[in-house]
Ligand binder design. Sequence first.
Ligand code: ISE
Length: 329
Amino acid sequence: MRNGIRIGVVGVGGMGTFHATTLAGMAGVEVVAVADPDTERCAEVAATVGAEAFEDPMAVAGSTELDGVVCAGPDETHAEQTLAALANRTPVLCEKPLATSPADAREVVDAELSVGRRLVQLGLMREYDPGHVQVHEALAAVGDVLHVRTVHRNVHPEVRPLERIVRQSLVHDIHSIRWVTGAEFVDVTAFGSGPAGDSFRCLHIVCRLDSGATAACEFDDQGFGYDVVLEVTGELGDVHLGQPTRALERSGGDLRTHVGADWFARFGDAYSIQDRAWIESIRSGVATGPTAWDGYLAELVVEAMLASFEQGGTVAVPAPATPDLYASG
Ligand code: ISE
């Protein structure tokens, strides 16, 4: 007998574990399967949520027994596992990035198009952050958007190659810019600095959008802590979203506040709201949130940014026609 919505989670790293425990805590939802080649960790998470543990991620991604699959393994696995779920018409919550190349992302889009309805929700979760929602709602008051500025500071334990920084981190800023402007990227010009060679840690990217607006993304991977800023300048005013207010400690001549060292402190609520929205979409049969098309377009911008870093100068971003399936969203 079925007790509720049956979910499988692929990958039990930080995000996969978060999804597994968050979803398992929701009324009417059962996490019945978790998969990860790290069998020890997988068994631990499986025991915590009362699921069966699998070593082979594809056993869960391609299972016909599930109502939904979360793809939260390494970036390189997202496209293949999402395709396996799509082959069974199983709804997917895929962590970003959708893929690690535009061609692979396009394959997911094409598979979803051949199903003929949306089944993929992409984990670009800032759309669910209450602060980002407020920015979106405030846009009506500032008139046409002229410029968007994003700042993204991260503390990553290991030095990430540039390709990882852009694909794993900047992908959020790329999506925020598209989301608040409703415009697409025309071209990007990237600048970076860092300790040596290709290990840029501090990035600055200037972008032009097809609405005539501009955007600038600033990123720093070795900052003081986690910090995300979104600022929109419009014809009539601007909207600024910084770090949410926390208590200020005043002592010994210092003024201190805690910002958190990673994104869970800043975006924990957004992830939970996202996961609830995904379950709701499984119940209603109407997919919502960031799409596979958003993931594909983000990949095109990621590639253009990487090309600009590599060869210098301005690099054009391709502008594929939007398929009807994604036109209203
Ligand atoms: C991380 O993978 C995330 O998804 C965070 O939201 C982002 O802010 C961070 O930069 C990424 O490394």
